[in-house]
Design a protein around this ligand. Structure first.
Ligand code: NAD
Length: 288
């Protein structure tokens, strides 16, 4: 039997409708329009598309967005100066530095320099620590989007074996951290590039989450019949977007699966908007 499709477009549209309502109520109450400042360095085509989609989503939900474009030869100091200006700008509530940065720039000090209260990507060490302790300020957008999808589909994670493939700071590690929190209560295994016999581990997963960055890495023989498969990957293969899961094989074995495109991607953007609204809300409370 074919898996049911977890439709990120439909779920994210519902989330964005709620954000639109909540934003309108917040603006009416406070006179403050939540404002996301995005920073794009260089001209990576995929990054340009991501930033444009984020800007458009902000506008559609009643949030303000400003794009700061910097040339590819921007220095570390110039980028740090812009972040400092955005930190100091009281009309900016969320700051997003689009990754990856050009190779000559070091993203770590830049992300560390963003005020934790404006860190709507949830990458600042203070926000990562709060998330790990189960008292989050902002949850990182992609793993949060995955959790929302699971909740929306009534997929219970408690007591389930969740296997996350990938250990990046952006997806894999926070994904595992959210699944293991009280309330989610999964038993979590993290696989990575040095994991031995990865197929055997993946095929024990009730919930398999792929964040590898290798097109169609997860084959049918790595999936337990009836498992839920979440494909975070976005890869270009022969001019087509494909995930980290071999969809044609997986759809015949899993009980539910996210497509690429139209799965996790739209959820990531919706969660960014939610964090920006939340940042504005927290900022408005500071003055009271
Ligand atoms: P990354 O390159 O930082 O991390 C990839 C991880 O995969 C690493 O931790 C590595 O250990 C692991 N890995 C690499 N080769 C492996 C192998 N052969 N076997 C097992 N593990 C292996 O990537 P990332 O930023 O975590 O992104 C992962 C994927 O998710 C990419 O395709 C990226 O484009 C996509 N992504 C999608 C969204 C979204 O909104 N849908 C957001 C962020 C990233």
């Amino acid at each position: 039997m074919s898996a049911s499709i977890i439709d990120g477009k439909v779920i994210s549209a519902a989330v964005r409708r709620k954000i639109t309502e909540d934003t309108a109520a917040f603006v009416a109450e406070t006179g403050i329009t939540p404002h996301l400042a995005a920073v794009l360095v260089g001209d990576d085509p995929a990054s340009q598309v991501y930033v444009r989609n984020k800007e458009r989503a902000c506008e559609n939900c009643g949030l303000k967005s400003t794009l700061h474009r910097l040339p590819v030869d921007t220095t570390q100091q110039q980028l740090a100066t812009l972040v400092a200006e955005l930190n100091a700008d009281g009309t900016v509530h969320g700051i997003l530095v689009q990754l990856p940065l050009p190779k000559h720039l070091d993203s770590t000090p830049i992300l560390d320099a963003i005020l934790p209260g404006k860190d709507v990507d949830g990458f600042h060490p203070e926000n990562v620590g709060l998330m790990l302790q189960g008292r989050p300020r902002f949850l990182p957008c992609t793993p949060h989007g995955v959790m929302k999808m699971l909740q929306h589909q009534n997929i219970d994670t408690a007591g389930k074996h969740a296997v996350v493939i990938g250990r990046s700071d952006i997806v894999g590690k926070p994904m595992a951290a959210l699944l293991v929190q009280r309330g989610a209560d999964a038993t979590v295994t993290i696989c990575h590039s040095r994991t031995a016999d990865i197929a055997a581990i993946c095929s024990q997963a009730d919930i398999l989450i792929a964040a590898v960055g290798i097109p169609e890495f997860v084959k049918g023989n790595m999936i337990k019949p009836g498992a839920v498969v979440i494909d975070v990957g976005i890869n270009r293969l022969n001019d087509k977007l494909v995930g980290d899961v071999d969809y044609a094989e997986a759809v015949e074995i899993a009980s539910a699966i996210t497509p690429v495109p139209g799965g996790v991607g739209p959820m990531t953007i919706a969660m960014l908007l939610q964090n920006t609204l939340e940042a504005a809300r927290q900022w408005s409370l500071l003055g009271k």
